[in-house]
Design a protein around this ligand. Structure first.
Ligand code: 5GP
Length: 126
């Protein structure tokens, strides 16, 4: 497991490699500023990841440094992906793990999109 390190950005993280085309991915949606693809180890019938193309570790990094266009593009991409994956009728969930307490494994900001079943409680208790 990769250890979270908010600074500096690690250009060898797995999502940076996906963005450079060094690792394949099952792309759902792509535009100039974002990429969305299926998670390699899905935790629900629908499990996608939406990432900015810029080098941002986390949501606090992204919200502090990204341009308004990048921020808008990421959230528009999430909405588009949910529509494309057909989860909007029955409901869905987004999640972004940050840092050690958040359980972040890949140190490039990503938003998980889950759906396709009842997703249960927001957090595991205990
Ligand atoms: P995190 O725990 O950092 O929030 O989530 C990282 C996610 O990235 C995990 O759900 C994991 O399955 C996914 N993942 C890790 N490596 C790859 C990969 O090479 N390709 C894809 N598509 N997903 C990956």
């Amino acid at each position: 497991m990769t250890t979270y390190d908010p600074n500096p950005y690690d250009p060898n993280n797995v999502f940076a490699k996906i963005l450079r085309g060094e690792i394949p991915n099952k792309t759902i949606y792509e535009d100039d500023l974002t990429l969305a693809f299926h998670d390699i180890n899905p935790q629900a019938p629908v499990h996608a990841l939406v990432i900015p193309k810029g080098a941002y570790v986390s949501m606090e990094d992204f919200s502090a440094r990204a341009s308004d266009a990048e921020i808008a593009a990421l959230f528009r991409s999430v909405g588009k992906v949910a529509e494309m994956l057909g989860v909007t009728q029955d409901g869905w969930r987004i999640l972004s793990n940050v840092g050690s307490n958040g359980g972040q494994e890949v140190p490039h900001l990503h938003i998980h999109v889950f759906g396709g079943k009842k997703l249960g409680p927001m957090l595991v208790k205990g």
